[in-house]
Design a protein around this ligand. Structure first.
Ligand SMILES: Nc1nc2c(c(=O)[nH]1)N[C@H]1C(S)=C(S)[C@@H](COP(=O)(O)OP(=O)(O)OC[C@H]3O[C@@H](n4cnc5c(N)ncnc54)[C@H](O)[C@@H]3O)O[C@H]1N2
Ligand code: MOO
Length: 406
């Protein structure tokens, strides 16, 4: 029996960041930059108005007030998108819109609300100072400056900055492509009615959803029969398009546990009992010339999803260049709202609901119980040496993917 930390450590020391790839900025959302990025141009690219109003020489309106307005002739109109180079001489003004280029010579903008809105001549009722409501060229980003560092996770804000700074394509660690397949003669495809003794292949849809939720790209193969040759051929066929492979089922002590039978002789695959509940039987290793990581998760649905959270998700994040600081990854503190029990010597992952920080058992804790799994917000992680949790005890919880907003 090995510990959860030992198994995760073996996984995280085996996987590596996927070779960087150039993507269009929109496709790169959720990816991590593989190199520093510099701005191709300044932001703003030209000095422009921050308000709809009138471009002025601030000194012309320094004494303006409601009771002593300054009247200026309006000699032009500048809309956003105006590409002509205009100049403003002292004693005159031009109407200007938000984002429109400032005319040369003008050094302030008087908002339209501080005027009578005149089109030929305008009455300015408020004083202005140099620079007021003016966005200076390069005040946000200077051309040539590093705008985003290697290792930055690209979200909407970062993508906007790249686009605005003239960067249309970036080198990133791409999303891992993850093949999901399940094994077992008892499986029928989602939507089909199982005959007596059969079950719907819910694991492959569950893990496909989990792969998406963690920001990777799933390829769902679905159910493969408990047939060594078919499984071997399916795996060989899938290796070419996979950065990782996840299987479920067939890793325990059953007479027809094909995954273990087929894989224990190839690559660096290793099958272990991990001191956790659920999720004890685990397999991990690499296959093929490209050394594709393969996770063989137990078939019980809860065991498979717990294993995904504890082992696969950290590995996929690491492959996408998003390493997690340490074990345990992503735990949040909570308080037990009721007694909880755990077996000695195993790390227990209980399905709990979270009401603020109050954790309650979500229902039955059998590793086949999807009802309680679906009701849960998080996994309460009870360490190996703890067998009794009392109400009010602090506990650590691992939020379930996709339930963070609950
Ligand atoms: N004698 C022993 N029996 C078992 C042990 C053990 O140590 N000794 N370990 C138990 C534990 S713990 C687990 S977990 C399971 C793991 O079994 P397998 O990974 O070999 O999975 P299967 O036997 O194929 O299936 C187990 C269970 O899960 C259901 N299942 C399987 N695939 C799917 C799927 N795609 N979608 C939904 N449900 C699925 C399957 O019907 C079984 O009920 O072994 C215990 N046994
Ligand atoms: O270890 Mo198994 O995963 O409990 O059902």
């Amino acid at each position: 029996m090995i510990s959860v930390e030992q198994h995760l450590d073996r996984i995280l020391t085996t996987v590596s960041v996927i070779r960087p790839f150039e993507l269009g900025v929109l496709d790169a959302q959720g990816c991590v930059l593989a190199e520093d990025v510099t701005a191709r141009g300044s932001l703003p690219g030209f000095t422009n108005s921050a308000m709809d109003g009138y471009a002025v020489h601030a000194s012309d309106v320094a004494g303006a007030a409601p009771e002593s307005p300054v009247v200026l002739p309006v000699v032009g109109d500048i809309a956003a998108g105006n590409t002509a180079a205009l100049s403003l001489v002292p004693g005159q003004t031009m109407r200007i819109m938000t984002g429109a280029p400032m005319p040369r010579g003008a050094d302030a903008v008087v908002p339209v609300e501080a005027t009578d809105g005149g089109l030929v001549r305008v009455e300015v009722r408020k004083a202005s100072v140099v620079g007021q409501h003016v966005r200076e060229v390069g005040e946000d980003v200077e051309s040539g400056a590093v705008i985003l560092r290697a290792g930055t996770l690209l979200g909407p804000g970062q993508i906007a900055l790249l686009a605005a700074a003239g960067v249309a394509r970036v080198r990133v660690a791409p999303r891992p492509r993850v093949v999901v397949l399940s094994t077992g003669d008892e499986l029928v495809e989602v939507g089909r009615t199982p005959a007596f003794g059969q079950i719907v292949d819910s694991n492959s849809v569950m893990l496909t959803a989990a792969v998406t939720a963690v920001g990777a790209t799933p390829y769902r193969v679905g159910g493969v029969r408990d047939d060594a040759r078919q499984l071997r051929e399916t795996l060989e066929g899938q290796l070419v398009r996979a950065d990782a492979i996840i299987t479920t089922g067939g890793v325990s002590m059953g007479a027809f546990d094909t995954v273990k039978e087929v894989l224990s002789r190839v690559g660096t695959m290793q099958f272990d009992k991990v001191a956790m509940r659920p999720g004890m039987p685990q397999g991990f290793g690499t296959l093929g010339e490209e050394k594709v990581p393969v996770f063989t998760l137990p078939g019980n649905p809860v065991s498979a999803l717990v294993s995904f959270h504890v082992f696969v998700a950290p590995a996929l994040r690491a492959m996408a260049g998003r390493p997690e600081p340490s074990f345990p990854p992503g735990y949040v503190p909570a308080v037990a709202a009721e007694p909880m029990t755990s077996v000695p010597g195993k790390m227990e992952f209980l399905r709990v609901t979270l009401d603020d920080d109050q954790a309650r058992l979500a229902g039955g804790q059998g590793s086949h119980m999807l009802g309680a799994l679906a009701a849960a917000d998080a996994l309460a992680v009870i360490p190996e040496d703890v067998t009794q949790v009392r109400p009010g005890d602090p506990i650590e919880c691992l939020p379930l993917l996709g339930r963070e907003g609950q």
